[in-house]
Design a protein around this ligand. Structure first.
Ligand code: HEC
Ligand code: HEC
Length: 112
């Protein structure tokens, strides 16, 4: 009994202390220390587009790449490139999903 408890405790400790990038199966661009940070980023991204997690994810396994998730990964890279290369002069982050999306899945391409 005591051994089982010790095993359980070790299991619990390793999953809570494990870095997020080891815990998640399919992070190709994002790099977060903790699960909490990743979840906060995901919530922000969903809000910026006015969607729920299910718009990009297979809710049974979020590591699966869906059509929208792949597009979103490209958008994350594009946004990072804009901030690093075009806005390299800026101290703080200038471009986010919100900059174009403004709470919509599909930003307006031309002036209405
Ligand atoms: C606009 C699309 C989009 C929305 C909405 C979104 N995600 Fe994600 N999510 C992604 C992308 C893209 C990745 C992979 C990032 C990478 O490759 O570094 C990801 C990865 C993840 C992972 C890691 C999965 C793994 O094991 O690799 C988790 C967990 C996750 N998202 C949770 C959420 C939750 C919870 C929500 C809702 C609050 C959410 N996501 C909303 C696009 C989205
Ligand atoms: C420089 C402007 C810009 C930025 C910044 C931007 N996007 Fe986009 N995004 C677009 C445009 C333009 C489209 C195409 C809309 C259309 O199909 O009419 C699009 C489409 C998408 C789509 C596909 C929507 C659909 O209906 O299929 C997703 C998902 C997406 N963006 C996610 C993101 C995420 C997540 C971020 C932030 C990491 C982001 N975008 C940042 C301009 C941008």
């Amino acid at each position: 009994m005591k051994q089982i408890l010790i095993f359980l405790l070790i299991g619990l400790l390793t999953t809570t202390l494990m870095p997020a990038k080891d815990k998640f199966k399919n992070l190709q661009v994002l790099d977060f220390e903790t699960e909490k940070e990743l979840k906060a980023y995901m919530k922000g991204m969903a809000n910026n587009l006015g969607v729920k997690c299910v718009f990009c994810h297979d809710m049974n396994d979020k590591s699966i790449d869906t059509k929208h998730k792949k597009i979103a990964r490209g958008m994350i890279k594009m946004t990072a490139n804009l901030n690093e290369e075009v806005f390299s002069w800026a101290e703080e982050t200038k471009v986010t999903c919100w900059t174009c999306h403004r709470g919509e899945k599909e930003p307006q391409i031309t002036q209405p």
